[in-house]
Design a protein around this ligand. Structure first.
Ligand SMILES: NC(=O)c1ccc[n+]([C@@H]2O[C@H](COP(=O)([O-])OP(=O)(O)OC[C@H]3O[C@@H](n4cnc5c(N)ncnc54)[C@H](O)[C@@H]3O)[C@@H](O)[C@H]2O)c1
Length: 374
């Protein structure tokens, strides 16, 4: 029996396609809205073969009122995933797609008095900026972002904002945010809109801060971010992975199937309304450890060493505290090793028409998004 019609924006993408599969299995009807444009897609207007059958599909743009109106007709709930990602310096693009797109969603629901009962908005762990740390002298501290001038000197670790001493990372809590780059500022604006506009106009809304999401369907054409796809593409091409900074950055990784379950759980849970939740793997791995997992899965015995470059606006250590979402009954079920194995198996079945990873690195260097340390 149908549980209602859910619109997934960005439904042709990585998380969208898995979320659609989960909702279909649970008995929902699913409509997808996606503009199918590069760098995620080929640009020929076709839906990728990873999009599940039995979905209604609309090619449209979240910056366009008419496309939203068409997509929202008769919809019970929305999972809003469409977004522009990465850290390239085309700043306005992040706000046009991510911020204005989300504002239009709420604007049209209010203007047309649409009976949408729930909205789940995708945010990101990136909104934490440098996050939360422990200083032996000053206790809990929130360091300022690392400036490019610091990073060019290979000074990777943030320091205590009070005593300038060494600090150690603490798990990230939803009560904090300190977005410091174009992507995270736009993502945080989406969260603020979901919670504030949702509350003001009685549209139950939830914002989810995903950690690094992994698994099959992550487009290999968009190699500007996504450590798994970049490392996999490089290693399958017989090259060492491009490890930024000193490779000792801690990250947490979450499987895309677990994220799809979090999307559905928070869609269905009234207790989640007007709340922000971390969705993460709950355990930190250094980038070097992660590179070794990809090397094992690809069967490569390449040297794994940092290349002395850094991404402008990147954060040092990020591990999300997932206890809030666990209280709703969710927990991660897969390890990074599971996700990497599945991704490598999937990418081996794809036809790679060019070297997307090399192209992306060149463009990032040209645009000043990736810089050399001395
Ligand atoms: N993948 C991750 O690790 C990760 C981590 C944190 C947050 N997120 C967030 O999760 C969401 C989904 O990410 P994903 O990894 O599935 O990305 P993705 O790039 O695979 O999918 C995004 C989809 O949105 C579509 N899209 C982009 N601009 C659009 C527009 N203007 N109109 C309509 N559709 C548009 C793209 O064509 C794509 O199919 C995003 O909001 C992203 O910010 C992802």
């Amino acid at each position: 029996m149908s549980k209602g019609l859910v619109l997934i924006t960005g439904g042709a993408g990585f998380i969208g396609s898995h979320t659609a599969t989960g909702l279909l299995q649970a008995g929902y009807r699913v409509r997808l809205l996606d503009n199918l444009t590069p760098p995620v897609h080929t640009g020929d207007g076709t839906w990728p073969d990873w999009v599940p059958a039995n979905t209604e599909r609309i090619v449209g743009d979240v910056r366009n009122r008419d496309d939203w109106s068409k997509a929202l007709a008769g919809v019970d709930a929305v999972i809003h995933l469409a977004a522009y990602q990465d850290l390239l310096p085309n700043f306005s693009h992040f706000f046009h797609i991510n911020s204005v797109g989300t504002a239009l969603l709420y604007e049209l629901i209010v203007e047309q008095k649409l009976p949408v009962k729930k909205i789940v908005v995708a945010s990101s762990q990136f909104v934490y900026g440098e996050g939360r740390y422990h200083c032996p002298k000053d206790g809990e501290v929130f360091p300022v972002n690392r400036e490019p001038s610091q990073l060019t000197k290979s000074q990777w670790e943030p320091v205590c904002p009070k005593c300038a001493g060494a600090i150690t990372p603490l798990p990230l809590l939803e009560t904090h945010a300190n977005p410091r780059n174009q992507y995270s500022i736009a993502k945080y604006s989406q969260e603020l809109m979901a919670v504030a506009l949702g509350k003001n106009y009685g549209i139950p809304s939830v914002a989810l801060r995903y950690s690094i999401v992994q698994g099959p369907h992550q487009s290999f054409r968009n190699a500007y971010s996504g450590v798994l796809r970049v490392f996999t593409l490089q290693m399958l091409a017989g090259r060492s992975p491009s490890i930024f900074e000193d490779g000792r950055q801690l990250r947490d990784y979450v499987n895309v199937g677990d994220v799809a379950r979090a999307n559905r759980l928070t869609l269905e849970s009234d207790a989640a309304n007007y709340e922000v939740f971390n969705v993460g793997g709950g355990k930190g791995y250094t980038v070097l450890e992660f590179a070794q997992i990809v090397a094992d899965a690809t069967g490569q015995k390449l040297p794994l060493s940092p290349g002395g470059e850094f991404r402008v606006g990147d954060t040092r250590h990020s591990i999300s505290d997932i206890s809030k979402l666990k209280k709703l009954g969710w927990q991660p079920t897969k390890t990074p090793r599971d996700s990497v194995r599945d991704y490598v198996a999937w990418i081996r079945r794809q036809t790679l028409d060019k070297d997307y990873a090399a192209e992306a690195l060149t463009k990032m260097r040209e645009m000043g998004a990736l810089r050399k340390a001395t």
